[in-house]
Design a protein around this ligand. Structure first.
Ligand code: MN
Length: 476
């Protein structure tokens, strides 16, 4: 993925100024240390150039967004027709080539060349006037915090590109009678681009039966590098490997990057996929249990934004009111990318699902700041809820709990945090991400045109209620 840098200018100041604008722009681009490449494209001087470059950006699958900056004044009427066609994320970078004013040397030529204070206001106006959603970053281009804001936007824009082609494979329907994991798949495809479709569990079983011992041996070697396990469990683990290989083959065949399954539909399968789902998540696939395709998609999205990051499908399970902590876990499927230490594979009876005891990866989640994310269908539209959480090392061992687990304290404090989450309608299923930033979330929601509800240190329950009503007006 690449980003295109377009500098705004005009012919008014002469050829020499335009040459300098181009040289300075290239230097700015070269000086940006970002997770994704930025390419200087052109210094725009005419309506035709702008329309042409926007059309090219729209149709280039590798272009994840455009960054604009007006080194000089660049009259905005010439931007209207081009920007009206823009279908890629846009960041208006309000910067300036020089950090300080050279008081001794400054003259009118200098003023005409370095006038983004002036030109970017014209550019800002047309963005506001056209009501095109764009991110605005203001500050000196060498400032690390300014570059961090651009990096955060890049992550969001790359997430948008990923989202628009995301396919989610469902094995079985949503868990019977559950409401929060339901949703309007047509609306989700329209808003986020997600293609959510179903495949028969019988087809998966057929695929599982075709997996060879050689394929299982190779995956077992991979498991042995990542996890510890005991000899006595090998046959059970090999069955999970068979499931993983079959699921991944179907995902690859369909170009899907996320999947859901349900313990209520396992016909022909001896174990609920535990280790299989966990290792697929660790490899970057999204997963949602109990047919929760929304959380599956969200997990895949976060993993696409942070390929080396820590993120997992998660469930708020039980509370410790005495210490003000939530215990997060699932019946099996927590991603080992959030493990504090080398995880181990264990085999235990599972009370739900009526199948053989499944192998699963067990570990404690790492401590640190994170966000719990939930996407719900609030009726005709989507709401993305993000709560700041502080993950802590579980305060004491839980020797009888046979699943991966983590504990966290939600913002603004334990009880108000719970209250806010319930008021907002957040699900019990979430994505726990240690990487995603507030800026990236806001950029993503702005580009996608969906409501983002943030629960942070500054959130107060009653104000939140009012914000949700405001959201009904804005997005309803
Ligand atoms: Mn669940």
């Amino acid at each position: 993925m690449k980003f295109w840098f377009i500098t705004g200018s005009q012919f008014l100041y002469g050829e020499e100024t335009l040459r300098q604008v181009e040289a300075d722009s290239k230097e700015i681009v070269a000086g940006l240390k970002l997770p994704f490449t930025v390419e200087y494209k052109l210094t725009a001087k005419t309506e035709g150039e702008i329309e042409k470059i926007v059309k090219e950006a729209n149709y280039d699958d590798e272009c994840a967004g455009i960054i604009t900056f007006c080194h000089t004044f660049s009259p905005s009427k010439m931007w209207i027709n081009g920007l009206a066609l823009l279908q890629k994320p846009w960041l208006h970078f309000h910067t300036q080539y020089n950090e300080a004013i050279p008081d001794k040397e400054i003259d009118m030529d200098y003023m005409n060349l370095h006038q983004s204070a002036h030109g970017d206001r014209e550019h800002g106006f047309i963005g506001a006037r056209l009501r095109i959603q764009r991110a605005v970053v203001a500050g000196y281009w060498k400032d690390p915090d300014v570059q961090r804001q651009i990096a955060d936007w890049q992550r969001a824009a790359v997430g948008v590109m990923f989202s628009k082609s995301l396919k989610i494979m469902r094995f079985g329907d949503n868990m019977r009678e559950v409401a929060v994991t339901e949703g309007d798949k047509v609306e989700v495809q329209l808003k986020l681009g997600w293609q959510v479709n179903t495949w028969g569990v019988g087809d998966l079983v057929k695929e599982m039966n075709a997996v060879t011992d050689g394929e299982i041996d190779a995956l077992m070697a991979e498991y042995a590098e990542l996890y510890t396990f005991e000899e006595k469990d090998i046959e059970t683990i090999r069955y999970q490997a068979r499931e993983e290989i079959a699921i991944e083959k179907m995902l690859v065949r369909e170009g899907a990057k996320a999947f859901s399954n349900t313990f209520q539909d396992l016909h022909g399968m001896k174990q609920l996929p535990g280790l299989a789902a966990q290792h697929l998540m660790q490899k970057g696939y999204g997963f949602g249990a109990e047919g929760d395709w929304k959380t599956a998609g969200l997990t895949a999205l976060i993993k696409a934004m942070y390929p080396d990051g820590c993120a997992s499908f998660m469930e708020d399970y039980t509370y410790d009111y005495t210490n003000g902590l939530i215990l997060g876990a699932h019946m099996l499927e927590v991603c080992p990318s959030i493990a504090a230490d080398k995880p181990r594979i264990e085999v235990h009876h599972l009370g739900i699902g009526d199948r053989e005891p499944p192998a699963r990866v067990v570990f404690e989640g790492r401590a640190g700041k994170a966000k719990a994310l939930s996407m719900i269908d609030i009726g005709g539209r989507l709401r993305l809820i993000a709560q700041d959480v502080e993950c802590v090392k579980p305060i004491s061992p839980m020797p009888n709990l046979p699943v991966a687990r983590t504990m966290w304290r939600p913002a603004p404090n334990f009880l108000d945090g719970l209250k806010c989450w319930i008021i907002a309608g957040g699900a019990h299923h979430t994505v726990l991400s240690y990487d995603i930033t507030t800026d990236t979330l806001r950029d993503f929601a702005r580009i996608m045109g969906i409501e983002l509800v943030e629960i942070t240190d500054r959130t107060e329950p009653y104000t939140l209620e009012r914000d949700l009503k405001l959201g009904d007006i804005i997005y309803g």
